[in-house]
Write a protein that binds this ligand. Structure first.
Ligand code: SAH
Ligand code: DHB
Ligand code: MG
Length: 221
């Protein structure tokens, strides 16, 4: 099995399940034109997020790490009309590209991007005593992932789903001696999730157009 085969099968599933979508394509084009890093979830990963959001009947979604809003569009499209998504982004340039992409996608009335360090935004958000989020997607600086899991536990309810991106990193996650502090950030988050009695967790390895990576899923008991 080779990365070419993973990508070919990914494209096969895209051709089956993801009809050509000018809005998602335009979001990717605008992100590339603005020279944002091309690290958004793959189309199939986006559709997985969408299916999971629908599965938990998510009405309120929290995303940490917006980039150009590609995953945001997939998640926002799973919301009912009165649903709401808050997405946290450090880089104002990323947020501006995302805002345009969300407007083009017709979901901007349901999505609020908050600019700043996620740790600051989360503290402020928590102080507002928000209604619990039904789904949290953690996809920002990997070094802070454990902290983001901790905040997620404070702002969810039994039955909520917490999803953490990039937990495999080509398999490097099992290397406790890794020189990559992102790997250690993810390992700390996974350890905390594993020892948290309120969570039921699983890991999903993904291969495809984005290489070998994956998600951790945690369901709040
Ligand atoms: N979820 C997006 C990809 C996010 S990439 C998608 O799949 O489409 C990670 C994003 O997190 C980048 O835009 C980066 O600027 C942002 N980020 C990095 N550190 C951050 C921090 N401390 N607080 C908030 N956002 C941060
Ligand atoms: C990186 C970050 C991501 O969120 C991702 O999905 C892939 C790669 C990165 O920082 O390299
Ligand atoms: Mg990611």
């Amino acid at each position: 099995m080779t990365p070419d085969q993973w990508a070919a099968v990914d494209h096969y599933f895209e051709s089956l399940f993801i009809p050509s979508d000018p809005i998602l394509s335009a979001a990717l084009d605008a992100s590339a034109a603005a020279e944002l890093p091309s690290i958004q979830v793959s189309p199939n990963q986006g559709s997985l997020l969408h299916v999971l959001a629908r599965t938990v009947n998510a009405r309120r979604i929290l995303e940490i790490g917006t980039l150009g809003g590609y995953s945001t569009i997939w998640l926002a499209r799973a919301l009912p009309n009165d649903g709401h998504l808050i997405s946290l982004e450090l880089d104002p340039k990323h947020a501006a590209v995302a805002q345009q992409n969300l407007e083009r996608a017709g979901v901007s009335s349901q999505v609020e991007i908050r600019i700043g360090r996620a740790s600051d935004s989360l503290e402020k958000l928590y102080a507002e005593k928000p209604a619990p989020f039904d789904l949290v997607f953690i996809d920002a600086d990997k070094q802070s992932s454990k902290e983001y899991v901790d905040w997620s536990l404070r702002m969810t309810r039994p039955g909520s789903l917490i999803i953490v991106d990039n937990v495999i990193r080509k398999g490097e996650v099992i290397n406790a001696a890794s020189a990559d502090d992102r790997v250690h950030g993810i390992r700390r988050a996974l350890d905390a999730m594993a020892s948290e009695p309120r969570l039921v967790c699983t890991g999903v390895q993904t291969v495809g157009s984005k290489g070998y990576d994956g998600f951790a899923l945690a369901w709040v008991k």
